[in-house]
Design a protein around this ligand. Structure first.
Ligand code: XMP
Length: 318
């Protein structure tokens, strides 16, 4: 009979046996899978696990600092690398969704490779790959592992790709990963996090990707997510986020005519992201959230709610 406790015991023993005194590098994304993988490996090999958490400048508002603090609080040997400027420079002027993904994947590999290279004698690359990632060629779970997998054919192999790979969650489904994390005493706030795409807010900013647009979307998204939490709706939703549209529309403010940006809110129910339905959020919630966004976020004068299911729409707009 599979239980999270027995999985943890057996896996920690196996990892100890397999890794011995070797050093292991792991890319943390802030997501559930890489976090649980890290805690499992930390239990087995402690400080020989070197975690790298890259800020690509496309995370949610305050996410880099707060998640890094949480990781440190869990006792992980983690290095936060703020590479925002490198990513945002590489994205300048790119509006095609696949080119955005390619640019982000390429910069991620460069940054991660530099960092992994700086760790002496590292032998292994750990990844938070879960079973659905193994069966689908395109990972829908996000994070560095997905980025690495889909970009390993860009140019020659980076040094870290020559490492041996260890994937302790490879046989698990998402709900099992959450149970394993819970049985190790991990914070429910980490385990209950919505999925978030590896390319982050870049694929939620349609049209030109500027630092100002990232900032606007971070503000809008933060209001939406924090309201979902305060209304106890966050855990009822599989994934939620805001999209900045490449559309200005006319509004009024006092006696003035405005011509400002429009954002779409998206909240979906799903089990695996392959199909999804929009969530019937209470009108009052939508009303309050829309007012708050328009009042507080300068440059936005219109909010719409996305009522499309997948298929034929997708969860993300890009
Ligand atoms: P779609 O938009 O295809 O999204 O319905 C399904 C799930 O996949 C996530 N997603 C991504 N995750 N890199 C990722 O790591 C990507 O390029 C990517 N594109 C979509 C999306 O957030 C949703 O959970």
């Amino acid at each position: 009979d599979w239980t999270p406790q027995s999985f943890v015991e057996e896996t920690v023993d196996e990892l100890k046996e397999k890794l011995g005194n070797d050093r292991v590098v792991l890319g943390l994304s802030g997501g559930v899978d890489s976090s649980v993988a890290a805690i499992l490996l930390h239990k087995a090999i402690g400080k020989n696990l070197y975690c790298i958490f890259v800020n690509n400048g496309l995370l949610r508002k305050n996410e880099f600092d707060s998640v890094l603090n949480q990781y440190e609080g869990m006792g992980l040997n983690v290095k936060g690398v703020d590479a925002s400027a490198r990513f945002l420079d590489a994205l300048e002027g790119i509006s095609d969704p696949e080119l955005k993904r390619k640019a982000i994947g390429r910069v991620f590999i460069e940054v991660f490779d530099d960092e992994a290279h700086a760790i002496e004698n590292v032998k292994w690359l750990a990844q938070g790959t879960i079973y659905p990632d193994v069966i689908e060629s395109v990972s829908a779970t996000g994070g560095p592992s997905a980025t690495i997998k889909s970009h390993h054919n860009v140019g020659g192999l980076p040094d870290f790709m020559k490492l041996k790979v260890v994937e302790p969650l490879k046989a698990l489904f998402k709900d099992e990963v959450r149970r394993v994390g819970a049985s190790m005493g991990m914070d429910p706030n980490i385990l209950g996090r919505h999925p978030f795409p590896g390319p982050g807010l870049a694929i939620r900013i349609l049209g030109s990707l500027t630092r100002e647009n990232v900032r606007i979307l971070q503000e809008v998204d933060a209001i939406f997510i924090s309201n979902l939490k305060s209304w106890n709706l966050y855990d009822k939703v599989w994934q939620a986020g805001a999209i900045l549209l490449p559309v200005n529309s006319v509004g009024v403010m006092g006696d003035e005519r405005t011509y400002e940006k429009c954002v779409a809110l998206r909240a979906v129910e799903s089990t695996d992201g392959m199909t999804a339905d929009w969530v019937n959020l209470p009108y009052e919630f939508l009303q309050k959230t829309s007012n708050e966004i328009i009042n507080k976020v300068k440059g936005v004068n219109r909010v719409v709610y996305d009522i499309s299911s997948k298929p034929p729409a997708t969860i993300e707009w890009e």
